[in-house]
Design a protein around this ligand. Sequence first.
Ligand code: GUN
Length: 295
Amino acid sequence: MELLDGKKISNQIKEEITAEVVKMKERKEKVPHLAAVLVGSDGASMTYVNAKVKACEKIGFNSTLIELPEYTSEEELLEKINELNTNDDIDGFIVQLPLPDQIDEQKILMAIDTDKDVDGFHPTNVGKMALDLPTFLPATPYGIMELLERYQVETSGKNVVVLGRSHIVGRPMSILMSQKRKAGDATVTVVHSRSKDLKEITKRADIVVAAIGISEFLTGDMVKEDVVVIDVGITRVPDQTKKNGYRLAGDVDFESVSKKASFITPVPGGVGPMTIAMLLKNTLLARERHISKKK
Ligand code: GUN
């Protein structure tokens, strides 16, 4: 069994981006600027957004964190998005999901300027992705594709089972892996809460992407020998032996699945750091597009 080391690969990608930032500075160009909007004070969302902003600082990007209270109205958030859309200093921005109940998520995502949509969540960008057109790819699936590619995991003609059909991970993952592209050309099955005979399906998988949001859902008896396992889940499970009162668990029971796997991502240190690296890559792309639009 070999670990798919997301921390190591994400560091390589961040070094590559840093080298581009250095060149930008040498050319006296403005460096990329990412803004992140966080509504409310959900612990996990705060952790993710802070990690994104910190990563920007580390590689030499500019970053702005916009924190809005839990009771923010849809109109107020739309107003903030309009400000970010029209602020020429901002190259790209994200609105951390989930949003509080009073805000319509789709309405918010549709308000984001498609050229600044570094999460790739706007329907126009999702459509472009589905049609193989160049666009911002959602950071988590993009990170998984990059991880598979850099570890040279064979995907062509393989049976891939994606657990979960979320707009952020499962759906885009299933699109990307079925495409004619690097880490693509796979035969993809999407499994969800209404799927039957789950174990029979996962047992046939050469590659499993677990993004179902249920901690330690995939167990050793559900996979075949030499399976490649990508664990997207990250849940805080109460654990009194830990100083902070919880441990981080993935959607995969690492203990039993790793015994059978040829490759597996750890949690933490697998998909999470890759998501951040690809968001930075998208922000660099947004900056480059922003410059060429002005020429
Ligand atoms: N919530 C969970 N993952 C993501 C992500 O990649 N982007 C945003 N904006 N919110 C998320």
